[in-house]
Design a protein around this ligand. Structure first.
Ligand SMILES: Cc1ncc(COP(=O)(O)O)c(C=O)c1O
Length: 402
């Protein structure tokens, strides 16, 4: 009898990336299980409860029998509510046919690429950035073209020159994440306008990842989709995950030109049939019901932001912007690494965890470093840690740095 064959995994699996932040989480949990205190700044998950009216709406929908299949593109009530909500906040007209409901925001990335990208097409995407862009582009046979950021006066700015220089006749798509994970950066109006001009000039389709659209403490968000000639070439990634603390519910949407949305809905048929029926009713309540829960979430996040920015600012060798949106901080830790004689990101991360309990991701969890990138950055997420623990953890980090 011959030996059992080892599993012959398809070649494409070698191109599939992952979110290495989950490995940091596993390491932090291991450290905690050994009896140590851990201050979890590593994951973009939330420790805040979903607002009660949304939870109730889900229970009600289950009891009301909303447990069978439903339309592939989403229940009409949710498509309508999303079209109205996003239309109003973007100042453009969307109809229910512009919306395909999804099981989270993340699937929009893959479905956008499946719908628009041919093998060999080049796709511009941010690095540092949400790691799933690069993973899906390469998995699906595209060619990823990362673009970076440069430090500005109040926050990071797009490395616009690098974006322009990277465009070739094969460039078809642009992934633009504003407000940005992991930097917390927000593009000023001029930057969004210049990017839109570039998209029109080079006939690029845009994935506008707006996962953090409403996670902001002052000012107003602006979308590339609302600029002239852009609505027809932009698909918006919408998610309920962050604004309503619904990360585990898996509810989001793709919002864009009707023809593209129809293709995305056909992908829904092939992949999940439909997003969980009763969860969609909770989404209707989230958008159209009482908003005090979402407002309370923002108040808590803002208090955490203030505490974290203040304390990071006191740590020698660390400099940090004060973003008005998202729940991420992306401090420059070049000086801290020099002070501690640490060479690599991993050395920094392990030393901080083992000597202070503070756990965070580094720049390399958000894509490969780009040529010429010299300064060192790490990401602090404050969505899953209380203000009290922020103060305690960053206090320890400060003592360690001194
Ligand atoms: C920039 C960005 N886009 C998309 C997502 C996906 O969010 P979800 O699938 O939970 O809706 C995330 C989640 O962290 C994100 O940070």
């Amino acid at each position: 009898m011959s030996a059992p064959r080892t599993t012959a995994v398809a070649e494409r699996m070698g191109r599939l990336g992952t979110e290495t932040a989950f490995a940091v989480s596993a390491e932090a949990n291991e450290w905690r299980n050994l009896g140590h205190t851990v201050y979890p700044f590593h994951l973009g998950d939330m420790d805040l409860p979903t607002p009660e009216n949304i939870v109730e709406a889900a229970f009600h929908a289950i009891r009301d029998g909303k447990t069978g299949y439903c339309p592939n593109a989403g229940i009409p009530e949710l498509r309508e509510a999303l079209a109205a909500d996003v239309g109003a906040s973007h100042g453009v007209a969307y109809e229910p046919e512009n919306v395909a409901v999804q099981p989270g925001g993340k699937p929009v990335i893959e479905k956008f690429l499946l719908t628009l990208m041919n093998p060999g097409d080049e796709v511009l995407y941010p690095s540092p950035g949400f790691p799933i862009y690069e993973s899906q582009i390469e998995f699906l046979g595209g060619v990823g073209k990362p673009y970076g950021f440069v430090p500005g006066e109040r926050n990071f700015l797009l490395d616009f020159e690098a974006i322009e220089a990277a465009i070739t006749p094969r460039t078809r798509l642009l992934v633009f994440n504003n407000l940005h994970n992991p930097t917390g950066a927000e593009s000023p109006d001029e930057e969004i306008e210049a990017l839109a001009e570039l998209a029109v000039k080079h006939d690029l389709f845009v994935l506008s990842d707006e996962a953090y659209w409403d996670v902001r403490y002052s000012g107003r968000s602006k979308s590339i989709a609302s600029l002239p000639d852009m609505q027809e070439r932009t698909v918006i990634l919408y998610t309920f995950s962050k604004k309503f603390a619904m990360t585990g519910w898996r509810l989001g949407g793709a919002i864009g030109p009707k023809e593209l949305i129809a293709h995305i809905a056909t992908l829904n048929v092939n992949q999940e049939s439909c997003t969980t029926h009763f969860i969609q009713w909770a989404g209707v309540e989230a958008l159209t019901g009482d908003q005090s829960g979402a407002e309370q979430i923002l108040r808590v996040l803002q208090e955490r932001r203030d505490a974290a920015v203040e304390l990071l600012g006191e740590i020698p060798g660390v400099t940090c912007y004060r973003p008005e949106a998202t729940f991420y901080l992306f401090p420059d830790v070049t000086g801290l690494m020099e002070r501690k004689g640490l060479e690599t990101y991993d050395e920094l991360r392990r030393a901080a965890l083992e000597q202070t309990g503070v756990s965070f991701c580094t720049r390399l969890h958000f894509g490969r470093a780009l040529p010429g990138e010299e300064d060192r950055y790490v990401r602090f997420a404050y969505s899953g840690i209380s203000t009290e623990s922020i103060r305690e953890g960053l206090g320890r980090l400060k003592e360690w740095a001194q």
